[in-house]
Design a binder for this molecule. Sequence first.
Ligand code: SAM
Ligand code: SF4
Length: 362
Amino acid sequence: MIESILDKSVLQFEDIVQLLDCNILDAKKLYEHAAQIKKQYVQDKVYFRGLIEFSNFCSKDCLYCGIRKSNTKILRYNLSDEEIIDAAVFAYNSNYASIVIQSGEISNPVFSRRISNLLDKIHQKTNNNLRITLSCGEQSNEIYQDWYNAGANRYLLRIETTNKDLYYKIHPNDKHHSFEKRINCLYDLKNIGYQTGTGVMIGLPFQTIEHLAKDLLWMQEFDVDMVGMGPYIEHEDTPLYEFKQHLLPLEERFDLSLKMIAILRIMMKNINIAAATSLQTIDKMGREKGIKVGANVIMPNITPGGYRKHYKLYDNKPCIDENADDCKPCLEMRIALIGNEIAYNEWGDSSHFEHRFKNESE
Ligand code: SAM
Ligand code: SF4
């Protein structure tokens, strides 16, 4: 009986596996329960984070990602400082209150200084009134600290999977792709004081629901503040494409992603959960469905239109030929349709982080 699982105050591994494996009727009950918890703990609000994909240069070779270093078929780009600042100002003027600055992974002093300068300039141009999330991969503790000091408040670094064997099936097994390093980076970020975000891909080849259940328990144990997770979608010019025949059908990856969001909302009631863009690749209303079952963050793409098609992580990535402004009215309409409200002009800090921070400083 799904009701008896949903009534529990703490979900165990077996409970989570059952929820991930439940049928459509039970999934509906799961979603309704998660939606109630969302309403009670974080309200029916959606926070926008304007996403600036500022460069697709990357030194890594993750086997699933379309902008991996060895993909020679893509055109590499790097937005100018001015273009990045203009996009940040666009978000500010559109009352988004937060942005995410994302790129491939580059680690060198020129890159790190550039990010620090950009943080400084963006804060100047937006009256210190914009929350900035970085998502620029694995860096040293010192660099994370420098960026924090320069005004980055949040950091997103998906663990991708918490199963080490699976990790090395989807990454090269070499010193540039270390599972331990990724975990250590997450601890560094948390210790520095970032609102720390992570996440996994759902429906990877060789992934089981037991892996996913353990991913959720890991996030709970790590005490994460924010999560962004969504379906894995294949890209034909990546090595993982070879295992296409092992994949669940897209609809099943989508349903599993909704279940993951709903279960996480039940397990971690006051964190921020983003409805990933890859949900929208499978279903036009995918992100809104994610919001309905427990997510409370959407990251509208505000990268200047011409560059978007070159930040192609997977096949059929949506919104690649739109201008930043085009996304706003269509999102507003869709979010209103599911009875949620866009929290314009609110930073939408993770309330989990605020509680954690208060408890730690007491
Ligand atoms: N380079 C940074 C990093 O890896 O943390 C940030 C940018 S990376 C493109 C952002 C996320 O894209 C990754 O964490 C990964 O989960 C997701 N991603 C990459 N390829 C994907 C795919 N084929 N399907 C779904 N998500 C993908
Ligand atoms: Fe680079 Fe991030 Fe893609 Fe890995 S997931 S190849 S680090 S952009």
